[in-house]
Design a protein around this ligand. Structure first.
Ligand code: AMP
Length: 437
């Protein structure tokens, strides 16, 4: 037997409804905030991610799926969405479109060669949103609000929004210098990876998963203390906007995020839910004012976030949300060879009217057909044999009430639709005068 690759998983039919539910909510909330979907390829030239995400990040150093295709191109399965969106914005000159800022969202599979564990996979799905073209602090707040509204729409209410600022390029440079000075006498206390990171890019030492509780890192200088006046003003305005919206947040001075491209605002949202275990961070994002330019585009400021959808589904396990039982509207029970072809046509007409219908394809006996209808949770059984065919009628049994009626074929669709909403009332459920209404 060929098994699935380590770190991947199947979404089986019983689980796909949950995914569709989350995807539908994402689509609806994106619409409310007027974000439009963008779909980019799953693989890109490796250089895009090496330059976009950053050569010194763990993602590029250790986690990308890189390979050479048969034409000798060095390509990478995308480990995240932002670099590809930016590539597409540049290549398609979307930055020059009349509608600014560009408000885009994406969702789809990402690939990272990480150690698989609960909530962490090698193929996982991310949803992300990016707003490009404005350096207004209001759009930083809009993006944070979008992320938190999404969680609210999914009934994930017990969340902590953490915000921080890394400042502009010069604040970051100054901070990097100070951090390097601070780390120099202590670096031998940290892991070998940190020693390498220290030389390449000291900021990345702060992402270390091994030494994250070490006093050396806990007491390290904080980016917020090295902001230029301009960067400080930007951050204050983001905070004012968050207050105006009425969002609860905490300023987390230790937050830096693991990607090189962030400038100014960075944020994460944690959910305080048991089912998430150690992976309590649901999403993260921030401003990236220099990424478009560093990928050979014009100077376009931008801000965005991304979240892992698996983690969101894990979070939803602890959320009290009524789950709709799967059902179908009609199950056709055709009796006799002649009736069978007619029955197929009848079922097809009902489907064209939007009704979920199924059929017995195994030619089971009557008991078997009833059992199958029960397993599928059919609302109505349509019983059609030679006798019904000769009279141009069909027997319809409402499984919720147990009532059975002979219905003219020409009236079948209207009858079913009327009875779906009425839960069995004969009037169709909207007369407001009969006993049932
Ligand atoms: P990042 O792109 O690293 O900023 O991660 C953004 C979000 O993607 C995280 O908060 C997680 O929810 C999710 N994520 C990142 N890596 C993985 C992974 N290997 N498996 C599942 N989800 C992930």
């Amino acid at each position: 037997m060929i098994s699935k690759i380590k770190g991947t998983y199947d979404i089986l039919p019983e689980e796909s409804a949950k995914w569709q539910d989350v995807e539908e909510t994402i689509k609806n909330v994106s619409k409310l905030f007027n974000f439009k979907e963008i779909r980019t390829p799953i693989f890109e030239y490796s250089e895009l991610f090496h330059r976009g995400v950053g050569e010194t990040t763990d993602i590029v150093k250790k986690e990308t799926y890189d390979f050479e295709d048969r034409g000798g191109r060095v390509v990478t399965l995308r480990p995240e969405g932002t670099a590809a969106v930016v590539r597409s914005v540049i290549e398609n000159k979307l930055y020059a479109s009349a509608n600014q800022p560009l408000k885009l969202y994406y969702q789809g599979p990402m690939f990272r060669y990480e150690r698989p564990q609960k909530g962490r996979y090698r193929q996982f799905r991310q949803f992300g949103a990016e707003a490009l073209g404005s350096d207004s602090p209001l759009i930083d707040a809009e993006i944070i609000n979008f992320a938190s509204t999404l969680l609210e729409a999914l009934r994930i209410n017990d969340i902590t929004i953490k915000v921080n600022s890394l400042g502009d390029a010069s604040s970051k440079e100054l901070y990097k210098e100070k951090l390097k000075e601070y780390l120099e006498p202590n670096i031998h206390e940290l892991c070998p990876d940190c020693n390498r990171r220290y030389k390449e890019n000291p900021l990345r030492v702060l992402d270390c998963k091994v030494d994250k509780d070490s006093p050396v890192l806990k007491e390290a200088p904080k980016p917020l203390d090295f902001l230029t006046e301009e960067a400080k003003f930007h951050f204050e305005q983001v905070i004012t906007a968050l207050d105006s919206i009425g969002l609860n947040y905490v300023i987390d001075k230790t937050l830096v995020r693991g990607l090189d491209y962030y400038t100014h605002t960075v944020f994460e949202i944690d959910a305080n839910l048991e089912s998430l275990g150690a992976q309590s961070t649901l999403l993260g994002g921030g401003r990236y004012n220099n990424l478009v330019e560093s990928l050979d585009g014009p100077s376009v400021p931008a801000v965005g976030f991304a979240f892992g959808m698996e983690r969101l589904l894990l979070a939803l396990e602890s959320v009290d949300k009524p789950v709709a039982e799967p059902f179908i509207h009609c199950f056709m029970i055709a009796l006799g060879v002649d009736a069978q072809n007619d029955a197929l046509r009848i079922v097809n007409q009902l489907r064209h009217g939007g009704l979920i219908c199924d059929y017995d394809f195994f030619n089971k006996n009557l008991k078997g057909k009833f059992k199958q209808a029960e397993r599928l949770n059919a609302m109505f059984l349509l019983i059609y044999g030679d006798e019904e065919a000769s009279k141009n009628v069909i027997n319809v049994k409402d499984t919720r009430t147990g009532e059975q009626e002979e219905v003219p074929l020409t009236n079948l669709y209207r009858y079913i639709v009327g009875h779906i909403n009425s839960g069995g009332s004969s009037c169709g459920g909207n007369c407001s005068s009969c006993d049932e209404c």
